[in-house]
Design a protein around this ligand. Sequence first.
Ligand SMILES: Cc1ncc(COP(=O)(O)O)c(C=O)c1O
Length: 243
Amino acid sequence: MGEWPGPRSRELQEERDRYLPRGMGSTMPVFAASGNGATLIDVDGDTYIDFATGISVMNVGHSHPRVVEAIREQAARLVHSGGPVMLPEGYLRLARRLCEITPGTFAKKALLVNSGAEAVENAIKIVRQATGRPAVISFHNSFHGRTLMAMTLTGKVAPYRQNFGPYAPEVYQVPYPYEYRRPRKASAGPASKRSASSSEPPCRRTGWPASSSSRCRVRAASSSLRRISCPACARSAPSTRSH
Ligand SMILES: Cc1ncc(COP(=O)(O)O)c(C=O)c1O
């Protein structure tokens, strides 16, 4: 590898600064030209092992011959038909396959959407419709996407939420019960001991304390929720409003 970034990447960086918004950042100051298996090649011919594309969802690697052939064959036959008017056959085939290969022997249905954020938005709509309960719980430091509801659910404030309010209502955030990421001021020791005020053990699925209604920190008045129930065992748990 010679000088890095190479000359072509430096030229493209100038174009990027001119034509793309600053909000869309890239860690690397180089530009991808092609990919092969686990590697990416930039516009100056430098090769990289790709640990990151699609946040690890490129499981079959770049330009796998069978994937390339399937894309070529589909593009020649049909690129798009609007699902709300005439559903493409491939949508149904993929949904069926996903239902078949995901764990669980119960009946399942699949919805295919454009992005993770759209999946999150739809998940919230579905649970609200199914339960009639509008409030949603998410965890501190989480990431759920960049659309309004997904951003509101996102627990990591900088850079995802800062200065982007007002946020969607009825979102409550709680600390994640993870021993190795305890809040800075919390003492060491099991999370259950730090937060539980009763001798009853914490919920085995969520780690939420057995009884903590006296510590409930929902600050603003909420039409629908003052105490939050643990989704696994319906115990109440401490919470904070997300905004
Ligand atoms: C856990 C999680 N949820 C949601 C998203 C949002 O996905 P997208 O960027 O496709 O909208 C991501 C993306 O990284 C994610 O990691």
